[in-house]
Ligand binder design. Structure first.
Ligand code: FPP
Length: 242
C-alpha cells in the first residue's frame, strides 16, 4: 500500500517488528530507576500502535520480554510484568475502539496464571477485530519458538500424521507462534545496538533492518516515518536479481 507522507509517496510496510531497546539507559540519564524507563516505554508502545495504524501499517509486533530477560533483578522483572498486567487489563476496551486484534507470542506457560488469563481473555475478545494487528512477544525467544515447533512436528511424525519427506518451510512456519502473521517487512531496533537478540530469527530472513540511536522512550511518529523512509530506499530482491 502506498501513502503520501510529508509530501512523499511512500510504500507502507505491511508488518513492522520492533526491538524496543534503551529504556534502562533513558532512565539512567534522568537519574531514575530502570522501571521508570519501562513505564515510559510502555506508554510509547500505545502511542506507536495508534501512529502505525494511522499510517496504514497492518501488523506491529513488539519484543516486550525475552526468554533471557528472567536474568534481570526480581524487582525489574516484577515491574515489567506489572506493566503488562496494567496494559492487558484495559487492552480489550482500547482494542474495541481501534478495531485492533491482540496476540501474544512466546511460551506463556512460564508466566503467572493471572497474566495467562489476561492474555487468553484479550486474544479471545479481540479475535474478530481486523483493522490492526498488535502482537506482544512475551517470554519469547526465537530459538525456543523453533524448538517448540520441532517438538510439535516430531509428535505428528511419531503419530504417523506427517511423513518426514513432506516437511517443507511452510510446515515449519505453520507451527511457529507467528503462524497467522505475515513475515515482517521492516525491523526497527532502537538505542544503537546492532543485533537480533533471538527475536523472530526465522521470520526475519528477508526483512529490512533499521537501526537508530534513539532510545525507545524517545521514539515517536517522526522516528517511525524516518524508518519508513529508510525502508523505501531499500531494494528488496529476496535473493533474486532485479
Ligand atoms: C529494553 O530496554 C526493554 C525491555 C527489555 C522491556 C520492554 C518492556 C516494556 C516496555 C513493558 C511493557 C510492554 C507492553 C506491551 C505494554 P532495556 O531495559 O534493555 O534498556 P537498556 O539496554 O538501556 O538497559
Amino acid at each position: 500500500m502506498q501513502k503520501v507522507i510529508d509530501g512523499e509517496t511512500l510504500e507502507i510496510p505491511q508488518h513492522i517488528a520492533i526491538i524496543m531497546d534503551g529504556n534502562g539507559r533513558w532512565a539512567k540519564k534522568k537519574h531514575m530507576p530502570r522501571g521508570y524507563g519501562h513505564k515510559a516505554g510502555a506508554k510509547v508502545i500505545e502511542q506507536i500502535c495508534d501512529d502505525a495504524d494511522k499510517l496504514g501499517i497492518k501488523y506491529l509486533t513488539v519484543y516486550a520480554f525475552s526468554t533471557e530477560n528472567w536474568k534481570r533483578s526480581v524487582e525489574e522483572v516484577t515491574g515489567i510484568m506489572n506493566l503488562l498486567r496494567f496494559y492487558l487489563k484495559d487492552s480489550v476496551e482500547r482494542a474495541s475502539k481501534n478495531n485492533m486484534r491482540i496476540r501474544v507470542i512466546g511460551d506463556k506457560n512460564a508466566l503467572d496464571k493471572d497474566i495467562q488469563d489476561l492474555i487468553n481473555d484479550a486474544e479471545e475478545k479481540t479475535k474478530h477485530f481486523d483493522g490492526f494487528n498488535f502482537t506482544i512477544a512475551l517470554n519469547y525467544g526465537g530459538r525456543d519458538e523453533i524448538k517448540r515447533a520441532v517438538q510439535k512436528i516430531s509428535s505428528k511424525v511419531k503419530n504417523n500424521e506427517l511423513d518426514p519427506e513432506m516437511i517443507d518451510e511452510q510446515t515449519i512456519s505453520n507451527e511457529l507462534d507467528t503462524a497467522e502473521l505475515p513475515d515482517p517487512d521492516l525491523l526497527i531496533r532502537t538505542s544503537g545496538e546492532l543485533r537480533l537478540s533471538n527475536y523472530l530469527i526465522w521470520q526475519l530472513a528477508y526483512t529490512e533492518f533499521y537501526f537508530t540511536d534513539v532510545l525507545w522512550p524517545d521514539f515517536d511518529m517522526n522516528e517511525l516515518k524516518n524508518a519508513i523512509k529508510y525502508y523505501n530506499g531499500r531494494d528488496r530482491r529476496y535473493g533474486g536479481v532485479k
